[in-house]
Design a binder for this molecule. Structure first.
Ligand SMILES: Nc1ncnc2c1ncn2[C@@H]1O[C@H](COP(=O)(O)OP(=O)(O)OP(=O)(O)O)[C@@H](O)[C@H]1O
Ligand SMILES: [Mg+2]
Length: 344
């Protein structure tokens, strides 16, 4: 039995509780056989999931074709160095990118994805080759913000994933892999992290000047894995000015400082609101807190963005503000991009 035939058997084996098979999820690391003995290495890091999957393989009809079947667990690079603080010498899974920027926050919903999309487009407008990776596996919004939410993942002849493209940037998101826009991904974090690593390694990004990563909120597995698997040249932190968001972004600042990721600076989003009729400015969430935080932690303040219904409307309809917005709105993102360059 050759490797392709064995693969066909493995395609019958689903990852526990998921409707997707282990070959499709790229969890089969290697297959070795001398026609009597079969050795399969799986890159499943979770013990319980590994046990269930290996039993399913051992009990499958493959056993009729081999004297012995050994299912082994890949010694995971990410797992071995998973201890907090061991990011001093990260891997480089994105050698095709000159610089990798992570856009992140402490709290959810503060505007990371909006900032990632606009920053990426601003960089492309400057003539750089830019890729944008949506690392928010459970809430992947990047395709909608960039108007490619109807596209589906494609593979090229070299077995590489073809990224979507719009506004001059290459885009990859787990949302492009699901059958429908509202299909939820109920994945353990080890699978989510494996999917992201696959996006780093198997997407045909080409040569990039910048790979921008839109992170999920918080200080968790994905942030740590990205810091271990990529030489991040800057973390861009996004916050809104109210205290709860500032508390959370402070934790994120401390985490990135602890694990040695340079902080590119802070963006204060939804800073203030200018009434369209009277032009009066309202500091809805308070004033000046973002700048104060930057002083406290000695990090650059990259700029602010007002709370502006047009931004929300344009996001919902995939019209990136820094490409299609009015000059006044575009200017906010241009300032942020220019300031980021100073701190890179
Ligand atoms: N400056 C702004 N003015 C008005 N609406 C905004 C602004 N920035 C972001 N929004 C809107 O706020 C919502 C949240 O923004 P976004 O998705 O970028 O946040 P996020 O931090 O990525 O969220 P999550 O943590 O869920 O990933 C979106 O509907 C977006 O259109
Ligand atoms: Mg987001």
């Amino acid at each position: 039995m050759n490797e392709n035939e064995i693969n066909a058997f493995l395609e019958q084996i689903n990852y526990p509780r998921l409707n997707r098979n282990i070959v499709e999820l790229k969890l089969v690391e290697s297959i070795k056989t001398d026609n009597k003995h079969l050795e399969i290495v799986l890159s499943i890091h979770d013990d319980a999931m590994f046990e269930q999957t290996s039993q399913a393989i051992e009990n499958s009809s493959l056993k009729e074709h081999f004297e012995t079947i050994d299912v082994l667990k890949k010694q995971a690079v990410a797992r071995k160095s998973m201890n907090y603080g061991s990011t001093a010498t990260p891997n480089n899974r994105a050698k095709y990118a000159k610089k990798v920027i992570a856009v992140t926050s402490g709290k959810g919903g503060v505007g990371k994805s909006t900032v990632s999309a606009n920053l990426s487009v601003c960089l492309a407008q400057e003539g750089y080759k830019v890729g944008l990776l949506d690392a928010d596996i459970y809430g992947p919004n990047i395709p909608r913000l960039l108007g490619v939410e109807k596209e589906k993942m494609r593979w090229n002849d070299n077995n590489k994933i073809v990224p979507s493209e719009n506004f001059g940037i290459k885009i990859m998101s787990v949302a492009l892999t699901t059958p429908k826009e509202d299909t939820p991904l109920v994945w353990r974090s080890s699978v989510a992290v494996s999917a992201l690593i696959q996006f780093l390694e198997d997407v045909d990004w080409g040569e990039l000047d910048f790979l921008v990563i839109d992170m999920p909120p918080g200080t968790g597995d994905v942030q740590l894995t990205m810091a271990q698997e990529l030489p991040l040249c800057a973390a861009v932190l996004v916050t809104t000015p109210q205290q709860v968001a500032l508390d959370d972004v402070s934790r994120a600042i401390m985490m990135f400082k602890d694990i040695g990721v340079p902080i590119g600076g802070l963006v204060e989003n939804m800073s203030y609101f200018v009434a369209p009729d009277t032009k009066k400015r309202y500091d809805i969430f308070g004033n000046g807190a973002g700048k104060e935080l930057c002083k406290k932690y000695n990090i650059p303040f990259l700029g602010d963005i007002p709370l502006e219904p047009v931004i929300r409307e344009m996001c919902d309809t995939g019209k990136v503000v820094s490409a299609l917005g009015n000059e006044e709105l575009k200017a906010h993102y241009k300032v942020i991009t220019a300031n980021l360059f100073k701190s890179l």
